[in-house]
Design a protein around this ligand. Structure first.
Ligand code: PMP
Length: 301
């Protein structure tokens, strides 16, 4: 098997507009409106091997978000949430994937005017993938890039064009010698990392920025539910720079990121050891549950 890149080999198939196509043979127009203007939507979903088979973690929430993202762009596709889930399960089976990352992408036909291209295409690919930001203990830096707010872009949607800013912020952080960036909102409060949500712990309470300029991640919601089960208070509120410098611990959440600890922000170390933090307990619960099926509905054996 020849590996073409990290995402597919010569046997890999993807789903493209109702057909199963070899990844290496699939193609699209260089005149696609998505390629030129960044209009389109996508998702990132993880599949995990569990004792009951391979499960798509929170498949319903992800495909619902995809359909919501498309609605915000006035793009329609001929698939329901359930059909997209079924297609993805077939995709995993066809490619014999177990622990995988799934990437559905909706992109548009050619149109160089600033009017929505008429036809949308649906592509779903999947590949084996480890944790995106490594094993944790991240060193974050405060970014010069500010998250958009809802009047400038639909911030809760996973839109292709929104990620130019994410890449710029991440690249800036890495060029400065840090692992990842932490971006501000319009008012100078902490918003999130380029592709993950932010939590901090102080005196036994968790704090996370409220919706406004963050993408309200599915993992963020799951972690808030786990915290509630453990009777840990989570406050959704503005987080100032002073608060992060007083934090006992902090972590990032996301589908690709999972739950990853933060070691320092702008060189200032967290006060407590990660092992002793609430975040570490939540990360352990998350790791257990994603591999033990109890929060998942879609299973293939
Ligand atoms: N914010 C952004 C901008 C993201 O791309 C992601 C990853 N999808 C997240 C937050 C985390 O969201 P989720 O937990 O739904 O993956």
């Amino acid at each position: 098997m020849i590996m073409k890149n990290n995402y597919y080999n010569n046997k890999t198939v993807i789903f493209l507009d109702g057909k199963w196509v070899k990844a290496g043979e699939a193609n699209t127009s260089l005149f696609s409106q998505t390629l030129h203007y960044g209009i389109g939507a996508f998702e990132g979903i993880r599949a995990y091997q569990t004792p009951n088979g391979i499960c798509l973690f929170k498949a319903g929430s992800h495909f619902r978000r995809l359909l919501n993202s498309l609605e915000m762009l006035n793009i329609t596709i001929p698939y329901t949430e359930e059909e997209l889930t079924e297609i993805t399960l077939k995709l995993l089976r066809k490619n014999n994937l177990r622990n995988a990352y799934v990437r559905p992408l909706v992109y548009l036909d050619a149109d160089m005017r600033l009017t929505l291209a008429k036809k949308a295409h649906v592509m779903i690919a999947a590949w084996e993938w480890g944790q995106l930001l490594g094993a944790g203990e991240l060193r974050l830096t405060l970014s010069t890039f500010q998250r958009p707010e809802r009047k400038s872009l639909p911030v809760t949607a996973k839109l292709v064009g929104n990620y130019t800013q994410a890449i710029l912020a991440s690249q800036e952080a890495r060029a400065k010698g840090y692992d990842e960036a932490l971006m501000f909102d319009l008012h100078g409060n902490i918003a999130q990392a380029p592709g993950a949500n932010f939590f901090l712990e102080k005196d036994g309470v968790l704090y996370t920025p409220e919706p406004g300029s963050i993408m309200t991640g599915i993992t963020r919601k799951v972690i808030m539910e786990y915290a509630e089960e453990m009777s840990i208070e989570v406050k959704e509120q503005d987080i100032s720079v002073d608060m992060i410098h007083e934090a006992d611990s902090a972590f990032l959440t996301g589908t690709a990121t999972e739950v990853v600890s933060v070691r320092s922000i702008e060189g200032i170390e967290m006060k407590d050891k990660w092992e002793d933090s609430i975040g570490a307990q939540l990360a352990a619960i998350y790791q257990h549950r994603i591999r033990h099926d109890d929060y998942q509905t879609m299973t293939i054996v």
